[in-house]
Design a protein around this ligand. Structure first.
Ligand code: OOB
Length: 578
């Protein structure tokens, strides 16, 4: 929690207004009444109806014994009930713990156990996976199922006549626990208050110019911080617009919804942006995307080569979003010149977001140089939930969060993300930014996507390994061809990948980012055993269109479906990584 002098300052400056998410829903229900708030499949829920549904569900959850301060793990796909559940929990003052549909028994067990959750809310079957099978992992938590309960408590049965509930939470109470994108081990839990989160939501809605005419397509998993609050679905509910929930984010599903609902703004991660751009450019597309005004891309670095395709291909603004569930969110602004929009990851929401760029000894680097990003501010946490030991190193003594990101600051205070500290490859002392090499490889017309990672090497310490997803329609690529191509582009010899391998798709995180952690782990496993393939019989579930394992098979990891030019991004995936 923030020291009192900071809290007082954030209140005095009007960032923290003493409002809760209950106040937000009540105000929006008053203001926007019969307007449609959420569309999910055939279900259309108005603002007034949403408030009633949440109130009725709060009554039922309270009768079930859920109380102020209790934790409830919520794992729902993009369905209307997600909103009923979270607003009902907010009404009681119980804390949703935001799991993603990609999470499986290991993660759900950890979330339920670590938070001592009293309930676990999930769905019946989604994208071919039966979530009721996770009930055992929830331990003592009451299992509540949206859809066919299969012997558990049916969510539908919990909507009850409103009762006199005890007063709701205070604005400086915790509202929920969000998950960190931690790159090692299990995700850390991020405690966010009503005051701090609502500030980021309001300010984001303003930056993104949301209003009652905004139609937001939620294509990413709704519980992730990006589609939830940047400005995401909560920003839309604040501004009186309409949320359209996509059951999965593939271009066919998304484009159909954009066309049908007149979507004006949506958010994607870079691998999804690639799939959408390719699909949008394909001759013979029948869907009309002309309503789309803004494509937000964030969650991982958007390559310059891809950024410049957005406006010509989709005819809308590109907005880069660099955020983190711990707090700090940066946006490029709509009036910004191309150079900023295409080549930076935006600037912070708040004038009181404090940014420090430091070297390995926490000393500030000269202006414009790359260093570690540290941040502190009115919506950035001061510590993870029940993680004292980790907090001692994840935050500086004066409360700055160590993001783990490498950035440089350019004119106007815009941030350019150059990678994660651990994505840097140290090849015999020569430092290589994975991103730089990736950009060169991406420039090859036969390349769909690329990820460059370090592999341990007895001689050099580390070597570079490039995984390349070829375009299916392009002429076959070879490793010498790629190496020759980047050499020709004038890349220093030590930066030319030591090894190039072709794969159909990458392992992805719960929200759909390319998981370098899993790529590295798969490589380590293979290198440990002389014959172990990167993909093989122990490879995890492949996406519905993924090809059979073979020389270009998906890189196995504890993950799955992995997006490739022909594969769907949706499906069971792994714990997310930053
Ligand atoms: C978002 O949140 P998380 O918590 O899943 O991941 C945060 C990490 C950042 O520390 C950074 O490493 C990476 O994801 N990241 C980006 C990026 N946006 C996030 N790296 C480069 N460029 C970007 N544009 O991912 C998130 C939360 C709110 C809004 C948007 C993204």
């Amino acid at each position: 929690m923030w020291p009192e002098e900071f809290a007082a300052r954030y209140r005095a400056l009007g960032y923290w207004r003493g409002e809760t998410f209950n106040d937000l829903l009540a105000a929006s229900a008053r203001r926007y009444g019969d307007r449609i708030a959420v569309v999910g499949g055939d279900v259309r829920v108005s603002y007034a109806e949403l408030a009633v549904r949440a109130e009725r569900l709060a009554a039922g959850l309270h009768t079930l014994g859920i109380r102020h301060g209790d934790r409830v793990v919520v794992q729902l796909p993009n369905v209307v009930e997600f909103f009923d559940v979270i607003f009902a929990l907010f009404r009681i003052g119980a804390l949703p713990v935001f799991a993603l549909p990609a999470h499986r028994a290991a993660e759900i067990g950890y979330f339920c156990g670590h938070t001592e959750a009293v309930a676990f809310v999930t769905t019946d079957v989604h994208e071919g996976f039966d979530y009721r099978g996770l009930a055992a992992a929830a331990g003592d938590a009451t299992v509540i199922v949206a859809g066919d309960p299969g012997g558990h408590t049916a969510l539908a049965d919990l909507y009850a006549d409103p009762v006199d509930l005890p007063p709701g939470p205070a604005a400086d109470d915790l509202a929920f626990l969000q998950l960190s994108g931690g790159s090692t081990g299990l995700p850390k839990l991020i405690p966010r208050t009503h005051d701090d989160y609502l500030y980021s939501v309001r300010a984001s809605a303003e930056i993104c110019e949301l209003d009652t005419d905004s139609v937001y397509l939620c294509a990413l998993p709704v519980a992730h911080n990006f589609p939830l609050s940047s400005p995401g679905v909560l920003g839309v509910l604040y501004a009186g617009g309409r949320i359209v929930l996509a059951p999965r984010p593939d271009p066919a599903t998304a484009f159909e919804l954009i066309d049908r609902e007149g979507v004006t703004i949506t958010a994607v991660v870079p691998p999804l942006a690639l799939l959408w751009l390719d699909a949008a450019a394909r001759p013979g597309r029948t869907t009309d995307l002309s309503s789309l005004r803004v494509l937000q891309v964030g969650g991982a670095k958007l390559a310059d080569e891809v950024a410049r395709r957005v406006t010509p291909t989709l005819g809308c603004h590109l907005q880069q979003v660099f955020g983190m569930a711990e707090g700090l969110v940066n946006y490029t602004r709509f009036g910004d010149p191309d150079d900023i929009v295409l080549h930076t990851q935006g600037r912070p929401i708040s004038p009181d977001d404090e940014i420090r760029v430091v070297d390995d000894d926490d000393v500030e680097v000269p202006a414009g140089e790359v260093g570690h990003l540290l941040t502190r501010g009115p919506y950035t946490i001061r510590g993870y939930w029940r993680a004292e030991e980790h907090n001692a190193t994840a935050f500086t003594p004066d409360g700055f969060y160590r993001t783990g990101d490498l950035v440089r600051i350019v004119d106007g205070g815009y941030l350019v993300v150059t990678g994660r500290a651990k994505d840097q490859i140290n090849r015999g002392g020569e430092k290589i930014a994975a991103e730089e090499v990736e950009n060169h490889i991406l420039a090859h017309p036969g390349v769909h996507d690329v990820a460059v990672v370090a592999v341990p090497d007895a001689y050099l310490g580390e070597r570079t390994y490039a995984f390349v997803v070829p375009r299916p329609e392009a002429d076959p690529l070879t490793a010498p061809l790629i190496r020759g191509f980047v050499r020709q582009r004038g890349l220093a010899a030590y930066k030319i990948p030591d090894k190039v391998e072709f794969v159909d798709e990458f392992p992805v995180t719960g929200v759909g980012k390319v998981s370098r952690k899993d790529l590295r782990a798969a490589l380590r496993t293979r290198l440990a055993g002389p014959t172990a393939p990167v993909a093989g019989p122990t490879a995890s579930v492949a996406g519905p269109t993924a090809s059979v394992a073979g020389p270009t098979a998906p890189v196995a990891g504890p993950t799955a479906p992995v997006a490739g030019p022909t594969a769907s991004v949706a499906g069971p995936t792994a714990p997310k990584e930053g």
